[in-house]
Design a protein around this ligand. Sequence first.
Ligand SMILES: Nc1nc2c(c(=O)[nH]1)N[C@H]1C(S)=C(S)[C@@H](COP(=O)(O)OP(=O)(O)OC[C@H]3O[C@@H](n4cnc5c(=O)[nH]c(N)nc54)[C@H](O)[C@@H]3O)O[C@H]1N2
Ligand SMILES: Nc1nc2c(c(=O)[nH]1)N[C@H]1C(S)=C(S)[C@@H](COP(=O)(O)OP(=O)(O)OC[C@H]3O[C@@H](n4cnc5c(=O)[nH]c(N)nc54)[C@H](O)[C@@H]3O)O[C@H]1N2
Ligand code: SF4
Ligand SMILES: [Mo]
Length: 747
Amino acid sequence: MTDWQPTACILCECNCGIVVQVADRTLARIRGDKDHPASQGYTCNKALRLDHYQNNRSRLTSPMRRTPDGTYEEVDWDTAISEIAAGFQAVADTHGGDKILYYGGGGQGNHLGGAYSGAFLKALGSHHRSNALAQEKTGEHWVDAHLYGNHTRGEFEHAEVSVFIGKNPWMSQSFPRARVVLHEIANDPDRSMVVIDPVVTDTAKMADFHLRVRPGADAWCLAALAAVLVQEELCDEEFLAEHVTGVAAVREVLDEVPVGEYARRCGVEEDLLRAAARRIGTAGSVAVFEDLGVQQSPNSTLCSYLNKMLWILTGNFAKRGGQHLHSSFAPLFRPGGVGRTPVTGAPIIGGLMPSNVVPEEILTDHPDRFRAMIVESSNPAHSVADSHAVSEAFTALELLVVIDVAMTETARLAHYVLPAATQFEKVEATFFNLEFPHNTFHLRHPLLEPLPGTLPEPEIWARLVRALEVVDEAELVPLRDAAVRGRADFTEAFLVAVGANPGLGKVLPFVLYETLGPTLPVGLSGAAALWGLAQKAAMTYPEAVRRAGHADGNALFDAILQSRSGVTFTVHEYGDDFALISHPDHKIALEIPEMLADMKGLAAPPRELTSPEFPIVLSAGERRAYTANDIIRDPSWRKRDADGALRVSAQDADALGLTDGGRARITTAAGAAEATVEISESMLPGHVSLPNGYGLDFVDGDGSGQVPGVAPNSLTSSGWRDAYAGTPWHKHVPARIQPAVASAAAD
Ligand SMILES: Nc1nc2c(c(=O)[nH]1)N[C@H]1C(S)=C(S)[C@@H](COP(=O)(O)OP(=O)(O)OC[C@H]3O[C@@H](n4cnc5c(=O)[nH]c(N)nc54)[C@H](O)[C@@H]3O)O[C@H]1N2
Ligand SMILES: Nc1nc2c(c(=O)[nH]1)N[C@H]1C(S)=C(S)[C@@H](COP(=O)(O)OP(=O)(O)OC[C@H]3O[C@@H](n4cnc5c(=O)[nH]c(N)nc54)[C@H](O)[C@@H]3O)O[C@H]1N2
Ligand code: SF4
Ligand SMILES: [Mo]
């Protein structure tokens, strides 16, 4: 058994610091790391189960190449790399590099692979990309970009009123020490929690105001809340006058909102709704979190806009316990990355095309269709809407390469599969650095050698770039020499080299890996790309980086390399929020004409999305105690809910003839599946829910296969999506539920 080694949990964006004792390549003992600057020793129940990720029987141990009969054969790394590089080069030469689509680049715990991918892609002329953010966060990003040009986070730790909209942090976490903070709020009579959710979630149970909105009716609820703020004069007029433009246009629309009528439409008591709005309007500080309950439901972008009203109109910005813009170590969205996709003309937001349109951008004879794809650290054949269409599209590609630790649903459609070392076998980090006023970055050192046959992504990408032969070795020599002499010499040599050959800038992560990488401590060469990001952070936030104790970019980079439990890289003052607004006047630009038109459109009767054929709303993909996207394939990691039950209200169960523990058949426009029923008081009649991350196949030690639970995207449709961002309505899938009849196989 080794000593306790610091690393992090990789199962959600919090990446809580943990310490681990390793024995025989297993993560034998795990506990929270008290030295981690953000999580401070906190973990949830899931971190203790991480060995089921590390020692997973579906792990890959060799590059795999598909044979003409559809099976896979092992090939050595040199063969795989040279054939893959040649294959993509051929696609680029024949059809243009922009016909190569990159999907993924990082999951909940690993973003270094994505950081290196750019060099290979740019060298080929490929620039289109998508990932999971484009099926959840692009609508909010579109709104953020208009309002203030940046991402915000609430300071729940100190907020007097915390508002959770379609967000269940007790289960899904997403901000540091979530359960501790929720308890503190619930136990403090001076603080309040507002939860907007049709389900009585564990978070809703702790709320002072649970607005149990009808599924999909959030826009009316949020418009009514904002309208109360305006109509009852609860706005912070001084803040609005000084820091916000376009207020009059918004006020005009909100003045007209019939609060009582909208409360009725969204299914929330008017008195309760008004009381919640008044609590928000009179609080010393308010922090807000919207998540998938609205981001993957009808009117999602409009809901993102409306929820920002709750803290902007009340001036809960740039103060303790309020909403904040924050520094980032590397942006998750490409600034200014807007445009249209080549085939369907779907919106590209933050550099990402909607996950939803990927199949349509391939399955066509349009000359600009995608011909080849690289999927890294993502399982779109399981996680993107309409799995059937995704699989059909991927099968039609001339070349599909998947980089993953396991033989996933997506990998099984690939021409080549490259086996990555796990996140405990390599240096890793994420760019989920979203906090204010203290923002942290954690470079995790490897705890184990890579499993034989596997490689860390930085090395995979470097080998692919080398195979393209786009960088002249002689150009790297001065940088290599300077790196050995020290950071200051390297900085100077780097500026000279990039100044003399701007082409090197295109393959920057590769250049850093090849030159600075070899001089870094053993096992940390994959951190080389962070040198550039550290310089950028120090240039973008010079004061905040200095306040965090780092004199400059080189000092920050060295601190990152040395601190095993993570570093605070910026310390902001509340007033900095205004400087972080990217508009030239550093004011919030509240008026978005499309959104105001949509707000007025709410006056029309709501469109019924269910039908006599599909009368029930299915939320496909709820977060529960033992779900973690598609990260852990081995079902034995779950201590309960082995089947991923379909949660149904008692009223529906009665009406439909379902029994607790019995089986139900779920039919949607896209497909059908069977699930075990759990009758639950938490569900509203007409609303049922299935968890995410189930329905992954897994071959056990004895060779027996199992697929516990329902793959949610066997039931979802990609056309069911937001008008602005193309994000899917996974939480609002019209469905028919019946008792499952004993199948022929059972007879
Ligand atoms: N345990 C666990 N935690 C996770 C993850 C995981 O897989 N498992 N995944 C991580 C990831 S990638 C993400 S993006 C986050 C997501 O975190 P959340 O968004 O909190 O997760 P969900 O459970 O998908 O959806 C949140 C809530 O939306 C509600 N909801 C459904 N329909 C509606 C509606 O019409 N209106 C409203 N207002 N609410 C509705 C559901 O009842 C649910 O409580 O979780 C992260 N954390
Ligand atoms: N119906 C429905 N669909 C949904 C959702 C929903 O609520 N409902 N939620 C959506 C959301 S919010 C998200 S974020 C997505 C997530 O879906 P995906 O983007 O597919 O991401 P993950 O599930 O995190 O998949 C991670 C993949 O990375 C692999 N992996 C793990 N570690 C490593 C590593 O070190 N290197 C490499 N190369 N690979 C590794 C795992 O084996 C797995 O195949 O799902 C979305 N899909
Ligand atoms: S799953 Fe739990 S322990 Fe792991 S990072 Fe998220 S909150 Fe932390
Ligand atoms: Mo997500």
